[in-house]
Design a binder for this molecule. Structure first.
Ligand SMILES: Cc1ncc(COP(=O)(O)O)c(C=O)c1O
Length: 412
């Protein structure tokens, strides 16, 4: 693709070509899930029409084709995040399942009483609940790093909270509420010095910026396909090979075994040890096609475009006196997510009123209740951008925002 043109990209996404409440649909809920380009829809269709079978199980042609498609998708994921080998890539249902896998398998094996597990207060519930259970089961201690007023983790907080008692640090690369990009490199450095492992939740970062797991040097990295143009029900767990090899299986069943006896079994090598039962091959095919699409456009261009959109939107929003932004107000270390409130308007009202302008934004606690409590906000509205959003989309969004208070009966 010679140059980045969101208007042209938008044409690849059939769902975006419709009116909602008489206005062109402006989809700004990409943090929740993203839409699929025809290329992804077609790849799934083609797989179903030509190659569907149960992978890794049969000697017949369809099973062989399904196996090839599945393995090819895994190869694409491997290069997309620059893992060392395909064995380090496990397909799961989503980021939540990947995080559960780490907490149950690694956590139950290696965490002991009084060990510390460290999160940021901004984590998504999916990166809190598995650790709460692990801490309860193992009598370990769950701790949090807190944020400054701009929604960033201060370096002093990292240095204080990561100490010789810390065994796991699990942190989102980008906050799904504030859009802040956390200093993962510094966290990994400090954690490794202290003998802890680091889990990076890349659910919000992987779709929007170049990720290189070898550069990051994180021990585990997780993300979901549906937030990066792929179908729901396919997710990824990356783990360093030596760690994955040291861990017991999470789920057990067909295809993850080597030998099964009446009382005992041995397990298949990586990555199959962690992939019990029939896998989501069409999801994997869709994820592979989504990766092709994103790479064709260029992650660097996507990131740059989203920065432009955030800058444009923030500039307009900061000029409206009754709009309050939660999270970084400058472009430093932030991605394409803006959480906001409007004086005297409930975020659900904001979302409903924007919907009448054809604009889809999220409202609520965004699966981050501890953060909401920390911010002293019961809820916010959230606009989240992607490669197909345009400057005109932001204009329509801002026009909607300017009408929220009027709709609710306030003078201005
Ligand atoms: C930062 C973050 N982590 C984890 C998740 C969970 O993703 P999924 O529901 O696909 O498992 C989300 C979803 O919004 C998220 O934003």
């Amino acid at each position: 693709m010679p140059s980045f043109n969101p208007e042209n990209l938008k044409k690849d996404f059939p769902i975006l070509n419709q009116n909602i409440n008489g206005k062109p649909l402006i989809y700004l809920d990409n943090g929740a899930t993203t839409q699929k380009p025809s290329q992804v829809i077609e790849a799934i269709k083609k797989y179903n029409e030509t190659s569907h079978g149960n992978p890794h199980r049969g000697a017949h042609q369809l099973s062989i084709r399904a196996t090839e498609e599945y393995d090819l998708a895994k190869e694409k994921v491997k290069s997309f995040i620059n893992a060392k080998s395909r064995e380090e890539i496990i397909f799961t249902r989503n980021a939540s399942e990947s995080l559960n896998l780490i907490a149950y398998s690694y956590g139950m094996e290696f965490i002991e009483e009084k060990d510390e597990i460290l999160l940021a207060i901004s984590e998504h519930h999916s990166n809190i609940l598995p650790w709460q259970k692990l801490a309860r089961d193992k009598k370990a201690i769950l701790k949090y790093m807190y944020l400054d007023e701009e929604g960033r983790i201060p370096i002093a907080e990292i240095e204080e909270k990561i100490n010789s008692r810390t065994k796991i640090v699990s942190i989102a690369q980008m906050s799904n509420v504030l859009g802040s990009i956390h200093p993962v490199e510094e966290i990994v450095d400090r954690a490794h010095k202290m003998g802890a492992i680091v889990v990076v939740d890349g659910a919000q970062s992987t779709p929007h910026m170049e990720v290189d797991v070898q550069d990051l040097n994180a021990d585990f990295f997780v993300f979901s396909g549906h937030k990066m143009l792929a179908p729901m029900g396919i997710g990824v767990l990356y783990g360093k090979k030596e760690l994955l090899e040291s861990m017991p299986p999470f789920l057990t069943g067909g295809d993850m075994i080597e030998y099964v006896y009446e009382q005992e079994s041995t397990f298949a090598p990586l990555p199959f040890k962690f992939e019990a039962g029939t896998q989501n091959v069409e999801g994997a095919v869709g994820l592979g096609a989504a990766i092709d699409y994103l790479q064709n456009v260029g992650l660097d261009k996507i990131e740059k475009h989203e920065k432009f959109l955030v800058e444009y939107a923030l500039d307009k929003m900061l000029g409206i006196p009754y709009v309050n932004i939660q999270g970084p107000k400058d472009l430093n270390n932030r991605g394409g997510i803006i959480s906001f409130t409007i004086d005297d308007a409930h975020p659900h009202d904001i979302s409903t009123i924007l919907d009448s302008y054809g604009v889809a934004v999220r409202a609520g606690h965004h699966c981050a209740q501890p953060l909401m409590r920390y911010l002293k906000e019961p809820a916010t509205a959230r606009a989240s951008f992607y490669l197909y959003n345009t400057k005109d989309d932001i204009d329509q969004f801002i026009e909607g925002i300017k009408n929220v208070r009027k709709w609710l009966g306030y003078g201005s």
